[in-house]
Design a binder for this molecule. Structure first.
Ligand SMILES: C[S@@+](CC[C@H](N)C(=O)[O-])C[C@H]1O[C@@H](n2cnc3c(N)ncnc32)[C@H](O)[C@@H]1O
Length: 490
């Protein structure tokens, strides 16, 4: 579509279609309102697709309009009648009325006793002067606005990869480009540090390697929370000055230090209690990820663990939550979405044990995956084999922990050849097709099997997954808790 059409030209296809429809199909105007079921379905489809195509534009533009004229801030200070509000904001009453009616549908404002008032979400997300304001959406809105202002006429070229978002160079090649980039990352750093805090507290660590740790903000927040934690922040040499600045800002220069290196080409130092990859691995294909995870495994002490923080979303997540993915189309960055089972597989290939994954259903949706340098370190609820290693004639018995309240359990078994089966009843293995995931309906023993000579030798992974009862798990990875244990058959 070009944007050089005149107004009548723009509407020409629509007028032509109407004429065509009338002349060829409708002998009677009553046919516009048929009772026919099939036509009703078409109408529903029209409405659904119209919502898909236009909701975003209308609601985003209405919110920008309201922010720009100071509507939310004004209503935050006091509810107001239309006329006085229009006067105060210096906008025509008719325009303001339409805007308020749209915002009312979006449940951002409400009309009571002839006065317009803010609803709680408008305060929380769009009114920086409100005490309950939270900045989750604010920076995304600002970038969306920039995107619309500067690139709305160039979607095609952006999608063709011919045009990049000028404001953001990926990867940043020097200190200035890094400064332009890292402030976007640090906007969510407190959120990520808060997600990691309980994970770290569960088994405190003293030495942490934060691989590609941005400007050190996450490292500083973690070190601030734990007074004996030392963090080495590995990043390109041109990022080191930013990391030092962050450490100085938080008075943590002794404990938060830059480690200038290229994580792809350089080896990692060793003897760490934990290695963190936060929002790093999604940019890289599997073969590089396995290499990086293997390097992390070597960097750990024998009782050490890896922590991975990544967005982990199932297909049912709302379109608005793919914002980052969409924005990534405007920079030269690849995004590799991975399912939880794919993560488990990669960690297993890199030599880690007992992966654990905890999803996150919030807007940010950063799941945390942990895995261990040695077996036996994961204390989480998991499927328990009666032994770790079996020989011919032994009996494998696998027990199931009690179901957490309000959650449904799902059990799986990965064979040495990596084929995965779902266990939905005692000793019943069904091949996993990646789509259907039947829930566990058995008791506290999942399987009992005598090891016969024909049983494949090697490593078996046991998956113990639970998700809230009302959730379809294959559509909502963000709601998963998954713990993996293992046994071997020699
Ligand atoms: C998406 S940011 C994540 C930053 C931080 N971990 C966070 O969650 O806020 C990716 C980081 O990787 C760094 N980076 C990318 N490629 C790198 C490489 N080859 N070697 C070292 N650092 C790299 C960038 O400088 C940037 O700080």
């Amino acid at each position: 579509m070009t944007h050089s059409f005149s107004q009548p030209e723009l509407f020409q296809p629509w007028n032509n279609a109407c004429e065509h429809w009338l002349l060829n199909q409708a002998t009677d105007l009553e046919q516009f309102f048929p009772a026919d079921e099939e036509l009703q379905e078409n109408r529903d489809e029209e409405k659904r697709i119209a919502d898909v195509a236009l909701n975003g534009f209308i609601s985003t533009a209405a919110i920008f309009g309201a922010i720009d004229i100071g509507l939310f801030e004004s209503l935050e200070s006091s509810p107001s009648q239309l006329d006085s509000l229009a006067q105060q904001l210096n906008v025509p009453t008719s325009h303001l009325n339409r805007l308020l009616l749209i915002l009312q549908r979006l449940e951002l404002v409400t009309l009571k006793s002839e006065k317009w008032r803010l609803q709680a979400p408008a305060r929380r997300f769009f009114t920086p002067t409100a005490p309950t304001f939270e900045p989750y959406l604010w920076s995304r809105l600002a970038m969306t606005r920039q995107f619309l202002q500067n690139y709305a006429t160039e979607w095609g070229d952006i999608m063709r990869g011919k045009r990049q978002f000028d404001e953001l160079q990926w990867p940043p090649r020097n200190e200035q480009e890094t400064r332009d980039f890292e402030h976007i990352m640090t906007a969510e750093a407190p959120y990520i540090a808060a997600r990691l805090k309980p994970v770290i507290q569960e088994k405190p660590i003293k030495r942490l390697l934060d691989v590609a740790g941005g400007n050190g903000t996450i490292a500083a927040l973690l070190a601030h929370q734990q007074s004996d934690l030392q963090v080495d922040v590995l990043n390109w040499p041109h990022v080191a000055p930013l990391i030092t600045e962050t450490a100085e800002k938080f008075h943590l220069t002794e404990r938060v230090r830059p480690l200038p290196a290229d994580f792809v080409d350089d080896y990692f130092p060793t003897d760490y209690d934990a290695v963190l990859f936060s929002r790093v691995l999604f940019n890289w294909p599997d073969e590089v990820v396995i290499k990086l995870l293997s390097k992390a495994c070597h960097a750990l002490k024998s009782e050490g663990r890896i922590m991975i923080c990544e967005r982990m979303k199932g297909p049912a997540e709302g379109v608005s939550r793919t914002w980052l993915t969409f924005m990534a189309t405007s920079v030269n960055a690849q995004v590799f979405g991975r399912t939880p089972l794919r993560w488990i597989d990669l960690l297993d290939q890199a030599g880690f044990y007992n992966p654990r994954l905890e999803g996150d259903d919030s807007f940010e949706g950063y799941g945390v995956i942990q895995a261990f340098a040695s077996p036996e370190l994961n204390e989480a609820e998991q499927l328990r084999p009666s032994k770790k290693v079996y020989q011919n004639g032994d009996t494998v018995q696998v027990t199931v922990p009690p179901s957490p309240e309000g959650q449904t359990q799902y059990l799986g078994l990965r064979m040495p050849n990596r084929q995965t089966f779902i266990l939905d009843q005692f000793n019943t293995l069904r091949p996993f097709d990646g789509v259907r995931l039947p829930a566990w309906k058995g008791g506290d023993v999942a399987m009992e099997q005598v090891i016969l000579p024909n049983i494949p030798r090697g490593k078996y992974l046991l998956y113990y997954l639970y998700a809230p009862e009302d959730v379809k798990p294959m559509l909502a990875f963000e709601q998963w808790t998954l713990n993996v244990s293992m046994f071997r058959v020699n």
